[in-house]
Design a protein around this ligand. Structure first.
Ligand SMILES: O=C(O)CCC(=O)C(=O)O
Ligand SMILES: [Fe+2]
Length: 340
């Protein structure tokens, strides 16, 4: 599998597959096969016919745009807190602290399941309760979609019926349980960027999967085979009416590396001379108490454990502890100054 991936790369043919998610209802086995294959290779796939309304997604981008246009003093009123909610200003997060010389050239606003009815979300909705409710519906819609995608993983990984079968991941990804699941609105302002300086440094995501929507302007790049060094970066273009899904760290740990938590970054796009780039990411995390040990699957063996070695340190943590550990490496909360 790994060898194939590398070979494909050498010929420069790597693309991120587009999967028709209406298959999930009509032929779940086939859908799971396609999701499983993409997850073992590039670790990224687009979903079309994902069931979320495109109008709702567009309204979310409108809300985001009007929030980020507000003056900095106003955005700073809900500065990002250690619970990972609120506003993170330009350069306050450094996703790749080992190589970046400055923080990411983006600003963001985060809300969580537990804060969806609170001031944190109302502030982002600019005091409009209808918009706040819509953000809640959107978040729940994404969470449901993620649970369906995770049913595909359980089918593809042949989780035994006695362990939960296709519903294996449901219990560890409940809407009502406390988890690190976060809805994040991102803005990469217009700029004369240096094409070699990332706007968001190379990283993996810290949860189970991430659902991403990009508006109009591309910039996301994906490292096709994370366990090989020096593989080229592949562009993840904007494909209208799709949601991009990527595998994140929990799944790499749960599968001893069979599924790949793929590195990605955001690079400067010349269109940003004239236009801001907006994206929305929904980071799906297992319930805080979930453990990150290998899951019951005949496809996952102890010998494969070396594949997940990069995450070995996370193995003795719960999902909640792992998130805390990763966030503490990329943020310095006491230094979030709110300056551009
Ligand atoms: O903005 C994007 O396209 C990707 C953002 C991302 O990877 C992240 O916030 O983890
Ligand atoms: Fe990411």
């Amino acid at each position: 599998m790994t060898q194939d991936t590398t070979t494909t790369h050498a010929s420069g043919n790597v693309t991120i597959p587009v999967i028709d998610f209406s298959l999930f209802a009509s032929d779940p086995e086939e859908c799971a096969r396609q999701v499983g294959e993409a997850s073992q290779n590039i670790g990224f796939f687009y979903l079309k016919n994902h069931g979320l309304s495109q109008e709702l997604i567009s309204r979310m981008f409108d809300t985001s745009e009007s929030f980020f246009q507000r003056p900095l003093e106003s955005k700073n009123k809900h500065l990002i807190a250690p619970d990972n909610t609120g506003y993170s200003p330009m350069k306050s997060e450094t996703l790749d602290p080992e190589t970046q010389t400055q923080g990411d050239l983006k600003e963001a606003y985060n809300t969580r399941k537990s804060t969806i009815d609170d001031d944190v979300t109302l502030y982002f909705a600019q005091g409009d309760k209808m918009r706040q409710a819509e953000i809640g519906d959107f978040f729940k819609g994404l969470h449901n979609l993620a649970r369906s995608v995770m049913q595909c993983f359980a089918i593809a990984l042949q989780v035994p019926e006695a362990a939960g079968g296709r519903h294996y991941f449901d219990r560890s990804h409940e809407w009502d349980a406390h988890s690190g699941t976060t809805l994040r609105f991102l803005h990469y302002p217009k700029q004369t960027g240096d094409p070699n300086t990332p706007l968001a440094g190379s990283h993996t995501d810290y949860g189970s999967i991430t659902l991403l929507m990009q508006k109009d302007i591309a910039g996301l790049e994906v490292q096709a085979a994370r366990i090989h060094k020096n593989v080229p970066w592949v562009a993840a273009p904007v494909i209208p009416n799709t949601i991009l899904v990527n595998i994140a760290d929990h799944l790499q740990m749960w599968t001893n590396g069979l599924l790949k938590s793929t590195k990605h970054r955001v690079m400067y796009n010349p269109q940003q001379l004239e236009h801001s780039r907006y994206s929305i990411a929904c980071f799906i995390h297992a319930n805080d108490k979930a453990r990150l040990d290998p899951i019951p699957s005949p496809l996952i063996t102890q010998e494969m454990r070396a594949e997940g070695v990069e995450f070995e340190e996370g193995r003795n943590m719960t999902a909640g502890e792992y998130l805390r550990w990763r966030l503490d490496q990329t943020y310095k909360y006491d230094q979030v100054s709110g300056t551009m």
